[in-house]
Design a protein around this ligand. Structure first.
Ligand SMILES: *[C@@H]1O[C@H](CO)[C@@H](O)[C@H](O)[C@H]1NC(C)=O
Ligand SMILES: *[C@@H]1O[C@H](CO)[C@@H](O)[C@H](O)[C@H]1NC(C)=O
Ligand SMILES: *[C@@H]1O[C@H](CO)[C@@H](O)[C@H](O)[C@H]1NC(C)=O
Ligand SMILES: *[C@@H]1O[C@H](CO)[C@@H](O)[C@H](O)[C@H]1NC(C)=O
Ligand SMILES: *[C@@H]1O[C@H](CO)[C@@H](O)[C@H](O)[C@H]1NC(C)=O
Ligand SMILES: *[C@@H]1O[C@H](CO)[C@@H](O)[C@H](O)[C@H]1NC(C)=O
Ligand SMILES: *[C@@H]1O[C@H](CO)[C@@H](O)[C@H](O)[C@H]1NC(C)=O
Ligand SMILES: *[C@@H]1O[C@H](CO)[C@@H](O)[C@H](O)[C@H]1NC(C)=O
Ligand SMILES: *[C@@H]1O[C@H](CO)[C@@H](O)[C@H](O)[C@H]1NC(C)=O
Ligand SMILES: CC(=O)N[C@H]1CO[C@H](CO)[C@@H](O)[C@@H]1O
Length: 505
């Protein structure tokens, strides 16, 4: 359950609630000529927000809806069936369980859309602008693009005479985007969410010129799973999808990873059982549908899952508490990222990578009462749980002393929780986040990559995380997206910090 609970901090609720469309004028038009449409122009109509001097294009489809026979298949570039398209309303989030990151526009399996924000009237004849492409977080199980309102980012860019174009790309989640196990491997259905992102970035390369964007100046940025996804795309040494990146709280090793064919098999089996696609007693042969299947016409467990209704997928997802995550598919991810980094097999493009001080606190249940639960929590998300020797060593270097635990710098205060909470939060923060960030930085430096930067964020947003979480996962998002303003209760120094981070980005 850890991954399900950790990914749903309340901090994005604010963005979501802040997005009802304000004063608006329909009308800005941009014509793209995607190669899949044989050079035929497709005119996209967006919305102008004159009060911000911005045009917004919402729900631009970059891929065919991954439904029906396209479920569990790599994304296919969108082929338009008409020469015009209304890009005027937010897309639903990709199919996922109800949670606070969804936004206000529901969920659908038909979800491969992107949003574009530009300075008002910008177009192919304007001076080409740098492009910032956002990859949202949500532990590869949750999230969407509709909550990420880039109005403040663009406003700051315009005010400082460094305007940018903003794009956010949606990608498939949970078993639909990040299934694992032998069936998923045999059917080439691993890492589909990463393939969606690749296609979305390719769309930006091909089409952003029409919005007045410069495809040679694309910066990828993302938070949590979004940051992890970007670092995984860095494992392609020759990537041309972007020229730089900013990873907020996520590195290659943040999500546990193993070979597709042998990792999280139990998760897939449970899913098959709960969806009625495999008999409960069956192990993992997957050759035929189990006795609980009523259809009879489908020949394999995989075909059966592929043919389920979206509602049935969600129902089964709700019953399986295990992780679905990127895996070593031999294609996008060819080996353990830890090894690939050590061997220098990654892109040498510039990047910024950073963390919040207390990354671990929102991942540890407040119900923790003793040290022996450490192994329980670690086992629940590691494909190969560490043995007792390793656990003993771990507890030695992270002693049960609250003054050393996370949230850091809070002395012996335990916030009414068992002292072990701070101990385990410290382990999780380091094991998932800080250590992986530092490994990436070390390998980048050791392999002669000169343009790398890092930060450790110590300023929490106001009123978002309870005190026991300290400067928690997601701490910087409010600042980056410009929700930190005097009107929202922040002091002058915090507003200046928000402006500074926007300027850095
Ligand atoms: C973005 O936020 C601004 C300010 O709150 C709001 O007026 C506008 O409608 C939002 N834009 C979108 C596309 O949601
Ligand atoms: C074009 O595709 C959309 C869905 O993408 C569909 O709703 C619409 O009916 C199609 N129009 C035609 C003319 O086929
Ligand atoms: C989804 O969750 C929200 C709170 O996060 C709740 O208000 C809403 O009723 C839930 N919707 C459904 C369909 O469960
Ligand atoms: C990257 O490009 C270089 C030079 O073109 C080539 O030698 C190398 O094989 C490529 N590496 C990968 C992993 O594609
Ligand atoms: C999904 O679960 C709900 C609630 O238990 C149930 O009413 C519905 O029939 C289920 N749908 C499918 C397709 O299994
Ligand atoms: C998956 O979750 C179930 C409980 O639903 C648990 O028994 C099982 O050990 C978990 N499997 C893995 C691989 O974590
Ligand atoms: C640790 O906590 C768990 C869950 O509350 C409990 O079952 C177990 O007995 C405890 N172990 C020790 C050594 O106190
Ligand atoms: C525990 O795992 C480590 C690392 O894989 C290994 O070196 C060690 O021998 C193992 N210890 C035991 C008791 O299995
Ligand atoms: C925390 O408590 C221990 C043991 O009671 C004490 O020795 C130590 O000085 C305390 N640390 C702080 C920072 O208060
Ligand atoms: C029970 C079940 O999922 N049956 C499906 C078998 O596959 C066909 C198409 O391949 C679907 O139409 C059925 O619904």
């Amino acid at each position: 359950m850890i991954f399900h609970s950790l990914i749903l901090p309340a901090y994005l609720l604010f963005c979501v609630q802040a997005s009802p469309l304000g004063k608006r004028v329909d009308g800005p038009q941009v014509t793209i000529y995607p190669s899949t449409s044989d050079g035929q122009g497709i005119t996209l109509t967006g919305i102008t927000f004159p009060q911000f001097g911005q045009d917004v294009f919402l729900s631009i489809p970059y891929a065919e809806p991954p439904v029906g026979d396209l479920r569990f298949r790599p994304p296919e570039a969108k082929v338009f069936n008409a020469s015009s398209y209304a890009a005027t309303s937010q897309p639903p989030a990709c199919l996922q369980l109800n949670n606070t990151l969804i936004g206000s526009f529901g969920v659908s399996e038909d979800c491969l859309y992107l949003n574009v924000f530009t300075p008002q009237g910008w177009g192919p004849n304007s001076p080409p602008l740098p492009v910032m492409v956002y990859v949202h977080g949500g532990a590869f199980q949750a999230g969407g693009i509709s909550g990420y309102n880039a109005t403040a980012i663009l406003k700051r860019g315009i005010a400082t005479n460094r305007p940018v174009i903003f794009v956010a790309i949606a990608y498939r989640l949970n078993i639909l985007g990040f299934g694992s196990g032998s069936d998923i491997a045999a059917n080439g259905a691993a890492n589909l969410g990463l393939k969606d992102l690749q296609l979305g970035f390719q769309w930006v390369q091909e089409n952003i010129w029409a919005f007045g964007g410069d495809p040679t100046q694309v910066t990828a940025f993302g938070q949590s799973a979004g940051a992890t996804a970007i670092t995984l795309l860095y494992l392609n040494q020759n990537t041309t999808l972007f020229r730089s990146a900013i990873m907020e709280s996520g590195a290659q090793g943040t999500t546990p990873i193993g070979p597709t064919s042998t990792t999280w098999e139990a998760t897939y089996d449970l899913f098959a059982q709960f969806s009625g696609c495999m008999a409960p007693a069956s192990t993992s042969t997957h050759a035929t549908i189990g006795s609980r299947d009523s259809a009879g016409s489908n020949t394999t467990t995989f075909d059966c899952i592929k043919a389920l209704s979206a509602e049935a997928i969600l129902n089964a997802t709700a019953l399986v508490v295990n992780v679905t995550a990127p895996s070593i598919d031999g294609e996008i991810i060819t080996d353990s990222p830890h090894t690939l980094l050590a061997e220098g097999k990654f892109s040498k493009l510039p990047f910024i990578t950073g963390n919040c001080v207390d990354e671990g606190t929102s991942f540890v249940p407040t119900s923790v009462t003793n040290e022996t639960q450490v192994s329980m929590y670690i086992d629940s998300f590691e494909p190969v749980p560490p043995n007792t020797t390793i656990l003993q060593d771990l507890l030695q270097v992270y002693p049960d002393d609250p003054s050393l635990g996370s949230p850091y710098g809070t002395g012996n205060e335990t916030f009414g929780l068992a002292p072990e909470f701070k101990q385990i939060a410290s382990i999780f923060g380091d094991a998932l986040f800080q250590a992986n960030r530092r490994w990436l930085l070390k390998q980048a430096r050791d392999h002669g990559q000169p343009k790398i930067w890092s930060y450790l964020w110590t300023e929490p947003p106001i009123g978002i995380s309870p005190p026991y979480q300290g400067v928690a996962h997601g701490c910087e998002v409010y600042y980056v997206y410009g929700f930190v303003r005097a009107e929202t209760g922040y002091n002058a120094e915090q507003v200046a910090l928000a402006q500074r981070v926007e300027d850095y980005w």
